[in-house]
Design a protein around this ligand. Structure first.
Ligand SMILES: [Zn+2]
Length: 277
């Protein structure tokens, strides 16, 4: 049995220079990128891929000054509460129905919601990513905030490379953006129309990273060109299976695919419901 449904979540936005996503882009060009989360319904329940910002670090003025001192990078939250349960409620799904979480990497816009799941459900990541976050003195300057995940209650399930994390969901190691970044291949069950998707997350932020093979703008310990090797690997995986490769932060692709999947899997109507707290 592969995935039954896929629901895309927008857990916030980020106002930033395009050069964060595209190496060498003119720094004056700015984008508002969505902060992504992906819900996958598997045999055992809902799996959440990535968790958005830690709301406390964005809303508390002292914490915000400490963690987001760069005026060029502006985190934007969607509402007054917690983005993960609110976005899930809009799709008609209760946050209590999440049975496992996986993080593509530990950047602040992906790992900040782990506090909601610590002590509750297993959390999948690459071992190298967690080692980097806990032990490398450069981590905070690289946007990996220990306060988001250095929690003894987190039930880590650490992988060393590619691994199936749930029926129909495979983590694919794509280091470069961060040392232990991973992307995800999701197979959709034949009873739900079959096919599938490759979610690049930050291995490819935008369509141009994929189609024009422009290197991403943010990477650790690798050359910009090396980030294109990971993009090519994901393109090969997608082409072999006939799956769509989905960029992690594209301002056009994300809302369009959100609507398409809502339509396909019948979660569209639920979006009109007011968010529950
Ligand atoms: Zn990132």
């Amino acid at each position: 049995m592969a995935a039954r449904r896929i629901v895309l979540l927008t857990l916030g936005w980020e106002d930033l220079p395009r050069s964060v996503s595209v190496h060498g882009a003119p720094p004056a060009e700015r984008l508002r990128e969505p902060t992504p989360g992906v819900l996958v319904e598997t045999e055992g329940g809902w799996l959440l891929l990535d968790t958005g910002f830690n709301t406390a670090l964005v809303r508390d003025p002292a914490l915000r000054r400490r963690f987001f001192p760069d005026a060029e990078y502006v985190p934007v939250l969607p509402g007054a509460g917690e983005p993960v349960p609110e976005a899930m409620a809009r799709a008609g799904i209760d946050v209590g129905d999440v049975v496992a979480v996986a993080v593509s990497h530990l950047h602040a816009d992906h790992a900040g919601g782990l506090k909601l799941f610590a002590g509750r459900v297993p959390v999948h990541a690459q071992r190298r990513e967690v080692d980097f976050g806990l032990r490398d003195p450069r981590a905070e300057a690289e946007g990996v905030f220990r306060i988001d995940f250095d929690d003894p209650r987190i039930d880590w399930r650490l992988a060393d490379g590619d691994v199936e994390i749930a029926p129909g969901v495979r983590a694919v190691s794509t280091p470069g953006h961060t040392p232990g970044h991973q992307s995800f291949v999701v197979d959709v069950d034949d009873t739900r129309g079959g096919g599938g998707f490759v979610f690049a997350f930050d291995a490819a932020d935008l369509t141009e990273n994929i189609e024009l093979e422009h290197p991403i703008g943010s990477f650790v310990d690798v050359s910009p060109e090396a980030t294109v090797e990971q993009i090519r690997r994901l393109k090969r995986i997608a082409a072999e299976r006939g799956y769509r490769l989905v960029p992690g932060h594209d301002p056009q692709v994300w809302p369009a695919l959100t609507a398409e999947l809502d339509q396909r899997f019948g979660t569209a109507g639920e979006r009109t419901r007011p968010a529950a707290l």
